[in-house]
Design a protein around this ligand. Structure first.
Ligand SMILES: CC(=O)N[C@H]1[C@@H](OP(=O)(O)OP(=O)(O)OC[C@H]2O[C@@H](n3ccc(=O)[nH]c3=O)[C@H](O)[C@@H]2O)O[C@H](CO)[C@@H](O)[C@@H]1O
Ligand SMILES: C=C(OP(=O)(O)O)C(=O)O
Length: 418
């Protein structure tokens, strides 16, 4: 297994191209199950999670090929089943549930279980499918779904759920009649999925708002080649990388409007940020990082997937920052590791109270989840001396060529065998 070694303290300067969004590509790949045939996606990031979804679709009989993007042929899908071995490595596997139920009238999908950041139940996905007429049983750790054609209905989510909204939007695309999703997730990834589904022949209105209306159709067909939206969390992570190292970066191939809430926090922290049509220029503050509070919230709020990285920045702030995690009950696993690098952080329920320190010092650290790992890399880039980040398979789930991209802007970061 590899670890990342970082010699910190170098201000990053240069240009970083942003990759396609993992959390947009995964539901798009699942959507290919809704219509047998050849689906083409461009700007798909080469990541562990994407490979896992490829393997999951292959298990069902799909064929995939990389050639200037990803081609998925779902013509021979015949096993509507997601086994535990694959689901346990990637929770987003649950995204096949809605498409399989709608297209095949049956599905056997392993329950994803909890993970480092929280319990993460899928009750809202299941209840929604039941409301649409599916019979659901839990057996041997699997969700078994049986249904005739799903029926449109009104579903009001108790809580905003991103993959829940995506799953039910995909199921509703082939249902009979109208489905209304209320309190739906408004994330850009939901909009990207709705755009491709529409391209496939689905009738969807309101994606990107809290109420999505879907008129079910009898058949869907593969759409034209679809370009995955840029990764807003990767974008945010590199914005912080410039600020925390005292550097300046130009990010290209990104969507500045998708990181609005993050940019506003970074401006409050003193960073200089200028946006273009698909570029962002970011510079560290000349007079040090200002401490600011943040609270996570569904889009367009401050993303939970940026909480750990923002906390890394705040460890070097000029005062006290209170960071409140309001989406996941346990997304603070990075705190104890950041403390090993010299950060002053106290946990108080769902808040972290971060008192800025003048500098961080390198140390061996271990990551427990994807964004926690990113926060440790950021802290390591700023720290004096050497930081070893182990368990980088977490990072490989969600960051394409992270070490290469950072090296290209001057970071001293490399892989070593553990
Ligand atoms: C692949 C993907 O897109 N992953 C993202 C998605 O995860 P994911 O879609 O799994 O997260 P959700 O939006 O569903 O979770 C939001 C909250 O709702 C709760 N909940 C969710 C569903 C459910 O049936 N019951 C329930 O109680 C969750 O435990 C959590 O507390 O959105 C999260 C919140 O922005 C991000 O951190 C993840 O990166
Ligand atoms: C939590 C994340 O991913 P997942 O929902 O796949 O665990 C993430 O992308 O930060």
């Amino acid at each position: 297994m590899d670890k990342l070694v970082i010699e910190g303290g170098i201000p990053l300067r240069g240009t970083i191209p942003i990759s396609g969004a993992k959390n947009a590509a995964l539901p798009l790949m699942a959507a290919s199950l809704l219509a047998p045939g050849v689906h083409r996606f461009t700007n798909v990031p080469r990541l562990r999670d994407i490979r896992t979804m490829e393997r999951l679709l292959a298990h069902m009989g799909a064929k995939s090929e990389w050639n200037h993007g990803l081609t998925l042929d779902t013509a021979s899908v015949g096993t509507p089943e997601a086994p535990y071995e694959l689901v346990k490595t990637m929770r987003a596997s649950v995204l096949v549930l809605g498409p399989l139920a709608a297209r095949y009238g049956r599905a056997k999908v392993s329950l994803p279980g909890g993970c480092a950041i929280g319990a993460r139940p899928i009750n809202l996905h299941l209840r929604g499918l039941e409301d649409m007429g599916a019979r659901i049983e839990l057996e041997g750790g699997y969700v078994l779904v049986r249904c005739g054609r799903l029926r449109g209905t009104t579903i009001t989510f108790d809580q905003v759920t991103v993959t829940g909204t995506e799953n039910l939007m995909m199921a509703a695309a082939l249902a009979e009649g109208e489905t209304v999703l209320e309190n739906a997730a408004r994330e850009p990834e939901v909009v990207d999925l709705a755009e491709y589904l529409t391209e496939m022949g689905a009738r969807i209105e309101g994606a990107g708002t809290a109420v999505i209306r879907i008129q079910g159709v009898d058949h869907l067909k593969p759409g034209r080649a679809h370009a995955v939206i840029p990764d807003r969390i990767e974008t945010g992570t590199y914005l912080v990388a410039a600020g925390i190292t005292g550097g300046s970066l130009q990010l290209t191939h990104c969507r500045p409007d998708h990181v609005d809430a993050v940019i506003r926090k970074l401006l409050a922290a003193g960073l200089v940020v200028q946006t273009g049509a698909d570029t962002i220029r970011v510079e560290a503050p000349a007079d040090g990082i200002r401490s600011v509070d943040a609270a996570t919230w569904p889009y367009p709020g401050f993303p939970t997937d940026m909480q750990a990285q923002f906390m890394a920045l705040m460890t070097l702030g000029d005062g006290v920052s209170v960071i409140k995690e309001q989406i996941f009950e346990n997304r603070f696993m990075h705190v104890s590791e950041l403390k090993r690098l010299g950060a002053d952080i106290r946990l108080d329920g769902r808040s972290a109270v971060v008192r800025g320190v003048p500098h961080l010092s390198g140390a061996p650290v271990m990551a427990t989840d994807l964004r926690a790992s990113a926060s440790l890399v950021l802290a390591g880039l700023a720290a004096r001396g050497r930081t070893d980040v182990s368990r980088i398979y977490h990072l490989e789930r969600g960051y394409e060529a992270l070490d290469e991209k950072l090296r290209a802007v001057g970071a001293r970061i490399w892989r070593e065998r553990e």
